[in-house]
Design a protein around this ligand. Sequence first.
Ligand SMILES: N[C@@H](CCC(=O)N[C@@H](CS)C(=O)NCC(=O)O)C(=O)O
Length: 201
Amino acid sequence: MLALYHAPRSRSGRTVWLLEELGAAYDIRFVDIVYGDGSGRRDPANVHPDGKVPALVDGDALVTESLAVALYLTDLLPEAGLGVLVGDPARGTYLTWLAWCAGELEPTIFAQMTGAGDDPRAKAGFDAVVARIDAALAAGPYLMGDRFTAVDVMVGGTLAWARSVMPPSAALDAYLARLNERPASIAACAKDAPAADRQAA
Ligand SMILES: N[C@@H](CCC(=O)N[C@@H](CS)C(=O)NCC(=O)O)C(=O)O
């Protein structure tokens, strides 16, 4: 059985959502992490070498880095149709979006959030990110066209979290609403925190 090391209100929420979309059999191992505001602590029970989340364990395999985990899972469970397999001409586009999420989107969003986005090069990078999303959504309805893929979970999940720093866009809002109403997304939200914490809230 797959085991996901996960912390509430963190990047690994996207992985919970992806596992739900995939219909995977998995356990969530809740761990504490050091959050951006300094709260929390590094958890000795976490198998991630840097004490971060997500970390996925599949038998003897340990996979970290959200986008690597997404690729690993969609390759592992191809029947769910959420990835693009080797040999499919769209594989390159799929890999490009996944790597773009980690290599371009996330750093650009963080720069916007921390004020570092005022630098002219950072601003050009942000404009390029916005243009890339606008162009994909103009074709839509998903980032890879008609097909909902793990790219929508990873990039869409990031955009939902970062909505406040993105420019006004009816297309983006409609896209995020579409993602939000997916049963797997709703199920993942319900699993984000341990049951005891949910009852106490
Ligand atoms: N590049 C990593 C980043 C992972 C990451 O920074 N996760 C945060 C949660 S959003 C974390 O675990 N932070 C704890 C820490 O920095 O010690 C990935 O995408 O998986």
